[in-house]
Design a protein around this ligand. Structure first.
Ligand code: LLP
Length: 414
């Protein structure tokens, strides 16, 4: 059963009506389904049953403590990219030995904390980072577990802004240089080589590029074995896409099966870093129509959510399905669903056929990933509340920011 269904015409998240949630918590408001998050994780874990594998949720997709907690309780590990994310996952009670640390610009202080915490692995992205990590580990009198993020130069065939596995991207070490770099790392006495990783892009709708990347990594692993470098794990990153509109995203089985097949005779632990696939379709943004502004060329519905809340449409031209919480009878008009921000790019949906009246509630779907996590205070707008639904219960897992909080870090000149 889907966690998002209509009962008596009203859209619900699990057993809670979105009209009730809007009354209780106000709008705009992010709403997540615990069941949907757990189901998505379970699907990965089911397919991985019998394999030595760990699903490390990419925290950047949605870093709310409640989301992290739900996933940690079900055995997920975490993929972090900053000291802030490290502190978050620790606050959520994550097991440090299930944390991998990705990112092209790890600061010294983030490395220090991660070393002290005892994380599973640093996914190193450059020669300079290897040297820095070795020095930081030496200073602490310890050894850092290391994987090199290799850029396999495969085309993920996704949006250029979220494609990461091509030579021209800033991520990872070049495939042709990886072997040399592993040899260099093996000489550094405060590093322990334990894995290899890649992440080729996000919102992939085709499983083939993952296999291509894996082939290249396996080839490298064989070369490294010749050099006497034996690795314990392979981390294939995240990137599996979801349906926003009518996309046919691969099933988790279709995604994993070819990969597991290629890995079956290898004694390698498998790590994955899915973000969007775990939480994207488990959340929505609830908003209210504040004004209707029909016009000669376009009709605008001005809602109380905006690009500062959900940046994806403005940033990538992304489509999010928008549905009314309570369906109205009547003939649909075509609406531009826009926020109150002073930018023409402030739209959440374009050309949407809807029957609307002022005060109506709308649900902007598939907003669980890269929604709140990418929100800002632009136009001095408080960030929206976040609510987690669990069956009949709803929990306020982040209260709406107050206006005071928006500028109380600032000072006027003396
Ligand atoms: N691992 C690494 C190293 C990553 O950089 C990312 C995402 C992931 C895992 C998780 O990827 P996912 O499974 O969520 O596709 N803001 C963009 C997406 C940026 C993704 C960045 N890296 C969006 O809203 O579409």
């Amino acid at each position: 059963m889907s966690a998002f269904e209509r009962h008596a015409g009203v859209l619900h998240v699990e057993s809670v009506s979105l009209s009730d949630l809007a009354n209780e918590f106000g709008t705009p408001c992010w709403v997540y389904s615990r069941q949907a998050i757990e189901t998505a994780l379970d699907e990965f874990q089911q397919e991985l049953l019998g394999h030595d594998a760990l699903v490390c949720y990419a925290v950047k997709a949605n870093s709310n403590l409640a989301v992290l907690d739900v996933l940690a309780r079900r055995g997920a590990g975490f993929d972090i990219v900053s000291e802030g994310e490290l502190r978050r996952v620790l606050a959520a009670g994550a097991d440090p030995r299930r944390i991998v640390f990705s990112g092209v610009g790890k600061s010294v202080s983030a490395m220090e904390l991660a070393l002290r915490t005892g994380i599973l692995c640093f996914n190193v992205e450059s020669a300079a980072e290897l040297e820095r990590l070795n020095a930081v580990a030496a200073q602490q009198g310890t050894t850092a577990p290391v994987s090199l993020r290799v850029n396999p130069d495969v085309d993920a065939r996704t949006h250029p802004y979220i494609s990461t596995g091509l030579k021209e991207n800033k991520f990872g070490v070049a495939y042709d240089e990886a072997r040399t770099l592993y040899r260099r790392a093996a000489e550094l006495s405060h590093l322990r080589l334990c894995g290899i990783d890649c992440h080729i892009g996000s919102q992939l709708l085709d499983a083939a590029p993952f296999s291509e990347a894996l082939d290249k990594l396996l080839h490298l692993i064989d070369q490294l074995a010749e050099d006497g470098i034996a690795l314990e794990h392979i981390d294939l990153g995240g990137g599996l896409g979801i349906r926003y509109r009518d996309e046919e995203a691969p099933t988790i089985k279709a995604y994993l099966h070819p990969l597991l097949d290629k890995l079956k005779d290898r004694r390698l632990r498998i790590l994955l870093e899915p973000g969007r696939r775990l939480v994207g379709n488990a959340g929505l943004l609830l908003t209210r129509v504040d004004y209707l502004k029909p016009g000669e060329i376009k009709n605008f519905a001005i809602v109380d959510a905006a690009m500062n809340d959900l940046a994806r449409p403005a940033l990538y031209g992304s489509w999010h399905t928008i549905v009314p919480v309570v369906e109205r009878q009547g003939t649909a008009d075509t609406w531009e669903i826009v926020g109150p921000i002073c930018e023409s790019g402030d739209f959440l949906g374009r050309d949407r056929p809807l029957v609307l009246a002022t005060g109506d509630l709308l649900a902007i779907l598939s907003a669980g990933a890269y929604g709140m996590a990418m929100s800002s205070n632009y136009n001095t707008r408080p960030r929206a509340a976040e609510v987690m639904v669990d069956g009949r219960q709803s929990y306020l897992v982040r209260r709406r920011e107050s206006f005071d909080e928006l500028f109380n870090l600032e000072r006027r000149l003396p």
